[in-house]
Design a protein around this ligand. Structure first.
Ligand code: SF4
Length: 82
């Protein structure tokens, strides 16, 4: 049975564990040829962490979850920072 996920939760209702589990499952299910190499992934996230647009894992410039976008080889920063 598929787990139901609320897409309209407030941050105070946010289940951090479930989010991290879903994030890892998504990245793990990405075919290796589409996945960003680990060193590049780490550099991308370091750039996001020093960026004013990062807010609780979300890029306020584009609305993406940066860890998901950064994990895709084809993912791009909307401000060409990576
Ligand atoms: S994706 Fe780009 S604009 Fe968004 S938080 Fe990361 S570095 Fe900043």
């Amino acid at each position: 049975m598929t787990e139901r996920r609320c897409r309209k939760c407030l941050l105070e209702e946010f289940d951090r564990e479930a989010y991290l589990r879903t994030l890892k499952e998504h990245i793990d299910s990405t075919p290796p040829r589409e996945r960003t190499p680990e060193d590049v992934y780490a550099r991308r996230l370091e750039t996001c962490k020093s960026c004013d647009f990062l807010e609780t894992g979300t890029c306020l410039a584009c609305g993406c979850f940066v860890e998901l976008r950064a994990a895709s080889r084809r993912g791009k920063c909307p401000y060409q920072k990576w």
